[in-house]
Design a protein around this ligand. Structure first.
Ligand SMILES: NC(=O)c1ccc[n+]([C@@H]2O[C@H](COP(=O)([O-])OP(=O)(O)OC[C@H]3O[C@@H](n4cnc5c(N)ncnc54)[C@H](OP(=O)(O)O)[C@@H]3O)[C@@H](O)[C@H]2O)c1
Length: 283
């Protein structure tokens, strides 16, 4: 028989996780603060979190924030349970949860979901895990029905660090795209064709330069790829000036301009973008 699984939280993501377990044939027990969510789900419904946890050895938690995890789990006896907490958390929150839940008898694995609900169970989804290695190994196959599992280390805060790093990069990209769309709209350029023909292909092409930045960080700066920071800082002024002239708030642009200026002032004008990472770490 497949491992019985408990899912706490039936929001958009918790429902997708529970659905994947049900589809893979795991006896699945669910609990949600507000009863009646996701009525189509063919899972056993518990009326309390404690009742749901009692149903099996593996408990997947997917609630809104860390405080919600605290108010739901603190004070419960978790002896013999593996708690896999997929609630978005900071590394310090994950370490704190690990300490409290381990004291309550659990083996603790923290996780960061790199997917939106519709991607769960599909080929592009992956989930970072960190924490109790034995517990993770025991349940690796069970967790694989959700997404490709990526175990990144015994420190329970590591999965959150990887997760937050990727989300930070994603929001940088979304912020840039939103600014570009606002700028296009200021000249009455329709968003759809502009995005499909130009914006998305441009971002896709630029993504290929990120491994080069990483190589420069790991191995020391290589020869410039032809876009030194002095040139970039000079051109960047035009981005801010154009935004303002078109009535677009440059809020999303100015931090990068400030960083480029700092890099040039610190003598990195002839280097490439990898030099900015060092300035962020020093700052
Ligand atoms: N959706 C995504 O694209 C996505 C992607 C990656 C990671 N995540 C992470 O997955 C987690 C869940 O996201 P979601 O999309 O499922 O959010 P959601 O649809 O807003 O659902 C929130 C869940 O948290 C529960 N909750 C909120 N406050 C609570 C409280 N005080 N006590 C008990 N339960 C409480 C809600 O229960 P009620 O139904 O009773 O309100 C619901 O089950 C978040 O940490 C999120 O960052 C989401």
């Amino acid at each position: 028989m497949k491992t019985p699984v408990t899912v706490l939280g039936l929001g958009a993501m918790g429902t997708a996780l529970a659905r994947a377990f049900v589809a893979a044939g795991h006896p699945t027990t669910v609990w949600n603060r507000t009863p009646g969510r996701s009525p189509e789900l063919e899972a056993v419904r518990a009326t309390t979190a404690a009742g749901a946890i009692a149903a099996g050895p593996l408990v997947v938690v997917c609630l809104l924030v860390d405080d919600t995890v605290r108010s739901t789990l603190d004070g419960l006896d978790l002896t013999g349970k593996t708690i896999v907490n997929l609630t978005n958390s900071t590394p310090d929150q994950a370490r704190g949860t690990a300490e409290r839940l381990t004291s309550a008898g659990a083996q603790y694995v923290d996780g960061g979901i790199m997917a939106v609900p519709a991607m769960i169970g599909g080929p592009a989804a992956f989930i970072f895990y960190s924490g109790a290695a034995d517990a993770f190994d025991t349940h690796r196959a069970d967790l694989s029905v959700l997404a490709r599992p990526e175990y990144v280390g015994a420190d329970p805060g590591l999965a959150a660090l990887y997760d937050i790093a990727l989300l930070s990069a994603m929001y940088g990209m979304f912020g840039g795209a939103q600014h570009a769309l606002a700028l296009a709209a200021s000249a009455k350029v329709p968003a759809g064709p502009f995005t499909e023909r130009f914006l998305a292909p441009w971002l896709t092409a630029m993504l290929t330069s990120i491994p080069r930045i990483a190589r420069d960080l790991d191995n020391g700066p290589a020869e410039t790829a032809g876009s030194n920071l002095s040139m970039q800082a000079a051109a960047y002024e035009n981005l801010v000036t154009t935004a303002t002239a078109q009535g677009i708030d440059p809020l999303l642009l100015t931090p990068m301009g400030e960083l480029l200026d700092r890099a040039v002032a610190a003598g990195h004008g002839s280097e490439d973008l990898a030099a900015l990472v060092g300035l962020l770490r020093a700052g």
